[in-house]
Design a binder for this molecule. Structure first.
Ligand SMILES: [Zn+2]
Length: 155
């Protein structure tokens, strides 16, 4: 079953309860929300399943969705992916939106071939971008990572 262009959160949660969170249509729906920059339903699915979720988007707009082990796909980019990645997204299903020490080391690693990074947490999302990318929100300071803009936006 192919998901509609605008997947609905309630439908996706229904599919998860029947087919599980690895269902192809669930992964496709997560990719669609990512393409549309609809971060909240992605976070709510991760929270409902209670697992971290990672999504990579390459420069041709293709997405790779991965449950758990967020840094694995970054250190072994999916075959067929074209650099740069336009987005590395992951979730903190039970925590705040901040860059953990592990995240900071990943951010240093991916900086040269990734344009934007987002972490989705309980209160909202934190986005790291390079200069000139505008996001409205509260600026956060992470002196140890090479990303110039870190902006928190509440849900
Ligand atoms: Zn993290």
């Amino acid at each position: 079953m192919s998901p509609p262009l605008e997947p609905r959160l309630s439908d996706v949660l229904d599919v998860i309860s029947v087919e599980g969170h690895q269902s192809e249509s669930v992964l496709e729906a997560l990719g669609r929300w990512c393409e549309r920059q609809q971060w909240l339903p992605i976070y709510l699915v991760s929270k409902a399943v209670d697992l971290e979720l990672g999504i990579l988007m390459d420069c041709e707009g293709r997405t790779w969705v991965d449950w758990g082990e967020r840094s694995r796909v970054l250190h072994e980019p999916p075959s067929g992916a074209r650099l740069p990645f336009t987005l590395w997204l992951h979730t903190h299903p039970r925590m705040g939106a901040y860059w953990s020490l592990t995240d900071q080391s990943t951010l240093r690693f991916v900086h040269s071939f990734t344009e934007r990074a987002i972490v989705l947490g309980q209160p909202g999302f934190l986005m790291a971008t390079k200069q000139g990318d505008e996001v409205l929100g509260r600026s956060e300071d992470y002196p140890d990572i090479p990303w110039s803009n870190n902006t928190f936006v509440a849900w």
